[in-house]
Design a protein. Structure first.
Length: 165
């Protein structure tokens, strides 16, 4: 989450469709692929607030009683959004999606887990996914290699192409 909160508008390379992550836990910058659709959504959000420093600025405490709009508060902010703001947004999203009723455990790490799982199911190599996640070894990435119906179908299809099987 800390890496995402510190993204600056200039960290997105829309020509190459990559996001440059500079502020990493391990201190080692990396590039992560990003879709054109996501770039468009991020651009729309940034064009709304136009904060010169942060893609996800935080409005700060008391902005709503200061007489300025949220848009102006975000534009003027010198700080990125806080972790507490993200946690609150996830709680609201869970509620709006009806996940609160089912006691689903959804957190910021769920998004990271989903990203890794979808990349692996799409055929991206474990090494590449490991690099995208910023892991220094394959061991932490192996957590995402759980069996899914999609990967089982791919395994069955691969077996069917072997002679004599």
């Amino acid at each position: 989450m800390s890496e995402a909160l510190q993204i600056r508008p200039k960290d997105i390379d829309s020509k190459r469709c990559v996001l440059r992550v500079y502020y990493t836990k391990g201190g080692k910058p990396r590039e992560v692929p990003i879709s054109q659709a996501m770039i468009a959504k991020l651009r729309t959000f940034w064009e709304w607030h136009r904060n010169p420093d942060w893609l996800f600025p935080g409005p700060g405490r008391g902005w709503n009683s200061s007489g300025i709009t949220l848009k102006q508060a975000l534009h003027d902010s010198r700080h990125h959004m806080t972790k507490a703001s993200v946690w609150t947004a996830i709680k609201v999203a869970k509620y709006e999606c009806g996940l609160m009723k089912h006691h689903e455990k959804v957190c910021i790490h769920t998004l990271r887990h989903s990203y890794a799982t979808h990349m692996l199911e799409a055929g991206t190599s474990v090494r590449q996914v490991s690099a995208y996640l910023g892991h220094s070894s394959l061991k932490p990435t192996m957590v995402y290699l759980h069996l899914t119906e999609v990967s089982e179908e791919k395994a069955r299809a691969a077996l069917a192409t072997l002679p004599g099987v």
